[in-house]
Write a protein that binds this ligand. Sequence first.
Ligand SMILES: [Fe+2]
Ligand SMILES: [Fe+2]
Length: 282
Amino acid sequence: MASLSPPQLRPPSPPLTHQQNRWSLDDVIGPEHCIEPFYFQDAPEQVAENFERLLSRDVFSEADAQFLYDWLLDRGVSPAFRAMLDCWLEDELKHYQALRRCYHALAGVSYGEMDREATHRAKKRNIEPIADLLVDEFSILLLLAYDEIGSTYSYRRDLAEFYQHFGRAIAKVGQHLVRDEGQHFSNAAELILSLYPDRLQDVPATLVRFDQREKQLACTGSYHGTFFLDHAQEQARFPKDFNAITMQVIEARLGIAALPGQDKLKRLWQWKPEGRAFVPVA
Ligand SMILES: [Fe+2]
Ligand SMILES: [Fe+2]
């Protein structure tokens, strides 16, 4: 006999707008991965030292994702953003672990030492320098898109200049980083389109504010450890028009500008200072 009870009313599920590049960390690189000595001998001069310096920062920038996630949940986010953030955090913490393994293999830094450094850096966190940019969910999503597209091209360059010289496992980590960060950018853009279509006219001016703030932060040479605008610490490693082009990429993804030409997009990760074989890490 058919049930006479009324149909259960369920709250609407958030729209599933996010996608995830799924990969297993342990399948790609183990915690005690060893880089064969010939890779160090074959790598171009100074590449290993510069890669080491790069990882000594990037490892911890990835860990900052947990702080940002906690801060956002504390502030309150929409169900759709929360669903996307859960996948995002899973990826970012995987990046943290992956980079720890790369750093350990490349430079021999112990995991205990990295834990101590992470604790030390956590004490210096300060969201104050960017708090006024995080005025509403639209701005936060746009800042996330801004950061993730920067990370995508930054890792694309690092893959070509560093990761690919130290064997398959390290190169594979670099490839997944590029893919994941690109997906994070795309997911943030999709959420803006689905949740805040009426705010698209605010995108260009808001992006200009992000760019200006990043340049100000770069002048002070400090990174505040909150995940956002982490590229402020390495402005010298990008071509001068990096932000202008990535901002146009964001606008194009949101359907309010044309995509920059292929030559400009390639320059985002292929640019090098004159006379250099790669972009040095200060
Ligand atoms: Fe990441
Ligand atoms: Fe990301």
